[in-house]
Design a protein. Structure first.
Length: 288
């Protein structure tokens, strides 16, 4: 992706030089598996991840803050994320204006290492990237992408990171438009299986929004970028993760959608460039 020398957002806060060390009950490996199954870069941690973290006593962990200087490579990666965030600001401001849906409110992105405190609760790096609707911030520990490439088999590249970022910003758009609130309210009166179907539709819509962002940002794309995004989407489908982690697949527990669905909705957003085609709920024959 062509990103160097372009505008960087002022709404990025880099906390990677301040890492929190502490004892965490149950161990990082177990936490990573549980949270990745529930929440691989897409959900809103206030509703899904925080309860799991609380059950594992993460919020009660003793912590020690360790400060260090960022490496040149880390600084460059921070500049990349600030540029992608700026692109989402520009694109969504344009989309909101063109479609008369109000003024786009820019979220903040927090880069962290190891652990972070949010208005949705505390989280660790094992949570993966997430959006917190309570403070309207996107939180990212960038070491997640090593897992994405090495453990889950996504194609390595900067646009895989751009896709993940755009997906999380998609959850912010859903909050601004009231979609997330409607879904969470509806889920209170549903069985776990039916509530999961709504979660899938919400996540697939965020994938659509990521594709829509890419459509509006095409002047900065390079050959292979879309393939990188599709590879990431394929790698984090519920079916792909469950098969890789436990060797079997249970569709009733899906919360993010299959690999095929995630790739389809990203492409639909990218190819159509039309926010009016965002209704994943109708496409899945469910009501939000």
């Amino acid at each position: 992706m062509k990103w160097k020398g372009r505008r960087k957002s002022n709404n990025l806060e880099d906390r990677r030089g301040m890492s929190s060390k502490g004892k965490i009950a149950a161990g990082g490996g177990l936490i990573a598996i549980i949270v990745l199954l529930l929440q691989v870069f897409g959900g809103e941690t206030g509703q899904a991840v925080a309860p799991v973290l609380n059950q594992l006593n993460i919020n009660n962990a003793s912590q020690e803050v360790v400060e260090r200087e960022l490496t040149d490579q880390e600084k460059e990666l921070g500049d990349f994320m600030a540029t992608i965030l700026a692109d989402t600001e520009d694109v969504w401001t344009q989309i909101f204006h063109q479609n008369n849906i109000g003024e786009y409110q820019k979220p903040k992105m927090i880069l962290f290492t190891d652990a972070v405190q949010t208005k949705c609760g505390n989280a660790t790096a094992a949570t993966g990237p997430f959006y917190c609707p309570a403070d309207k911030n996107v939180y990212m520990d960038l070491t997640f992408f090593n897992e994405l490439y090495t453990r889950f088999g996504a194609k390595r590249g900067d646009f895989a990171m751009a896709y993940v970022t755009a997906h999380e910003i998609g959850h912010h758009v859903q909050t601004l438009l009231g979609t997330s609130q409607k879904v969470r309210q509806a889920q209170r009166n549903l069985s776990a299986v039916e509530a999961n179907k709504l979660s899938v539709a919400l996540e697939l819509q965020a994938d659509f929004y990521a594709g829509l962002w890419a459509h509006y940002n095409q002047r900065y794309l390079e050959e292979g970028d879309i393939e990188e995004a599709l590879s990431a989407a394929q790698a984090v489908g519920d079916d792909a993760i469950q098969k890789r982690v436990r060797g079997s697949v249970n569709p009733d527990t899906f919360t993010h959608g299959t690999s095929k669905q995630r790739m389809y909705w990203f492409l639909k957003g990218f190819q159509s460039g039309d926010i009016r085609q965002h209704n994943t709920f109708e496409a899945l024959n469910i009501s939000n």
